[in-house]
Design a protein around this ligand. Structure first.
Ligand code: NI
Length: 170
């Protein structure tokens, strides 16, 4: 049965640990991923990393639609042991928030495009090419697995105003 899990917030030390690689793709992992998807949707957020639900394992979920075409439904990704490969030299600035750092947003420089290598929830090797906001979300989530928070990378951090431009919360 799926369940919404508690999202841990700073300064919980689990957010600063390097998460463990997953080597068993069994029932516990399936349950974790189902719960992470439900927790992300309920928050709501566009991404979630396992340490944010107090599980120090290398698992992320991302759900985000096509920014240029709102008729394209958002796509759900669950990636186990994700790695960012081939980050573009070109970088972009964007505003990020984090479900584990309530009440703050920040401007963060990220690679404009990346390839994410990892495994599906069933253990099949997978490779995802992402650019723009989707690439940003994946970089933010993989940072979580290494104990890195957006506030470590932000050039500025502030409390969002009600009329704030688009902010990603992950
Ligand atoms: Ni986050």
């Amino acid at each position: 049965m799926m369940a919404i899990r508690n999202i841990v917030i700073v300064p919980n030390p689990v957010l600063r640990k390097k998460a463990h690689r997953v080597d068993e793709f069994g029932t516990d992992l399936q349950e974790l991923i189902d719960d992470m998807v439900e927790t992300m949707r309920e928050a709501p957020g566009v991404g979630l990393a396992a340490p944010q639900v107090n599980v120090s394992q290398r698992v992320i979920v991302v759900e985000f639609g096509d920014e240029e075409d709102e008729t394209v439904p958002s796509k759900l990704y669950a990636v186990v042991n994700p790695e960012i490969v081939k980050p573009s030299r070109e970088t972009v600035f964007g505003i990020e928030g984090c479900l584990s750092i309530p009440g703050l947003v920040g401007e963060v420089e990220r690679a404009e495009s990346v390839t994410i290598k990892g495994f599906s929830r069933y253990g099949q090797p997978t490779k995802i090419k992402a650019r723009g906001w989707l690439a940003r979300i994946f970089q933010h989530e993989v940072d979580h697995l290494n104990g890195v928070l957006f506030t470590d990378r932000a050039t500025q951090v502030w409390q969002p105003q009600p009329d704030e431009e688009r902010v990603l919360v992950t």
